[in-house]
Design a protein around this ligand. Sequence first.
Ligand SMILES: C[S@@+](CC[C@H](N)C(=O)[O-])C[C@H]1O[C@@H](n2cnc3c(N)ncnc32)[C@H](O)[C@@H]1O
Length: 303
Amino acid sequence: MSTMTFPLPFQKFLWKLLDLVKSLVNMGSISHSDIYLLSRDAVETKRLNTQHRFLVAISGNNIIHPSIPNNINSIADLGTGTGVWLEDVSKVLPNKSADLHGFDISSAQYPPDHQIRRPGQKSIPLSVHDVLRPFPKEHHSRYDLVHIRLLTAGLKKRRLRDWPNGYVQWEEVDHTAFCTDAVPEAAVVTQLRQSVINAMLTLGLWPFAPKRVHEEISAGGFCDIVHETYTTTGKEHLRGVAQKWVDGVMRALVPPSMVVTGEAKSEAGAREMVEGLVAEFNEHCDHARAMVNFGVVVGRKAD
Ligand SMILES: C[S@@+](CC[C@H](N)C(=O)[O-])C[C@H]1O[C@@H](n2cnc3c(N)ncnc32)[C@H](O)[C@@H]1O
């Protein structure tokens, strides 16, 4: 375990976090990967990296929430995707030799050698690991901060039973909150959002993720809980990029959602329908602002 100048009781931290995530998932016949709505191709990899920069911009460049002391020496990122969050976090941590490690159930979006290389600094290893399964021993009691972002798209509704010690920073965007500042709401926006909500409810997923993460962390005995909602509202410089982000999320999420809800028979057919709807959404945005909200929940738990 790393040396910290503030009290961080991280006995079996990662181990317990595992139980936490595991308890969110219905461990029945449908496996986590079966219910992942997004693809992992080159287009999605590019979208994840662009999305990262957008989310960081909405949060005023607070990659690590300001309520967490900055003398962190070790971080695990669960469901790391391309590892882009870890790469950026390494640039802002005062400890340049901090121990960083990414985990994901799939290496499809990793660099070919499964590590992020940084000139003059140690590389960041990326492991293939299903966070619902026990971690190898070398990762137990090792991390000062566990970070999770956008994992609930694949987590089923369950109450939490067990909680980690130490810091957790869990970030979720409410994908179903696609909206603009137009009143009344444009029918196309309602239709796109409803497809995703219905698909998530059909699959037993969390359509209202930031609220749910906050409720679960509050109920779990954490202290120093912070729930911050970052928004594009009032950030005129993010107007164009917010619209592009929503456009990208709609293209990525709505076609598989329409297949789940039965609105389309195949993903190819759904993509064609969504093309038209997204074009309509973009036209609507000629006179309306796309709005995006992004929830960050931080908690600390002592033994
Ligand atoms: C929407 S992406 C977010 C990636 C990254 N956290 C980010 O914000 O850029 C969700 C990621 O979670 C991963 N994932 C889903 N289920 C997982 C599991 N059971 N264990 C580990 N990773 C998982 C997916 O493979 C995917 O890379």
